[in-house]
Ligand binder design. Structure first.
Ligand code: 5GP
Ligand code: ZN
Length: 114
């Protein structure tokens, strides 16, 4: 989508600290990190949110998680632990409407959520 900032990062039109890219997904560092590691893993295809996923996307969603785990290992936080978050819609706190999985770690996460 032409006005989507994450599509622009994938295409190279906008700058991004890209850590990983393959046929299905791209991962880059969040511009406003909330922890020492804060990476966004996104589908290359523009899908606005979880609400726009369909049955054919099951493999893609699984791949987002596998890539997030690989990046957690690369970032050295696989054993210490991390949090994976997908904000969806206004009450979910979604700001960018291109589906993304937050990988956050490098410090103990705070509770409770919500
Ligand atoms: P959401 O609230 O939609 O789940 O999270 C959107 C995330 O995207 C936020 O953590 C925000 O800091 C990040 N973000 C927004 N614009 C940009 C950008 O242009 N580049 C990068 N790398 N991250 C962005
Ligand atoms: Zn997009």
């Amino acid at each position: 989508m032409s006005d989507c900032v994450f599509c622009k990062i994938i295409s190279g039109e906008a700058p991004g600290d890209i850590l990983y890219h393959d046929d299905l997904v791209t991962a880059f560092r969040d511009i406003h990190p909330v922890a020492p590691t804060h990476v966004l893993v996104i589908p290359n295809q523009h899908i606005a949110s979880v609400n726009e996923l369909d049955e054919d996307d099951e493999m893609l969603v699984g791949h987002l998680f596998i890539v997030a785990r690989q990046l957690a290992e690369r970032e050295g936080i696989k054993i210490s632990g991390y949090r994976l978050i997908v904000n969806t819609g206004p009450h979910g706190g979604q700001v960018v409407y291109h589906l993304h999985l937050h990988l956050i770690g490098g410090q103990r996460m705070r509770f409770p959520m919500g």
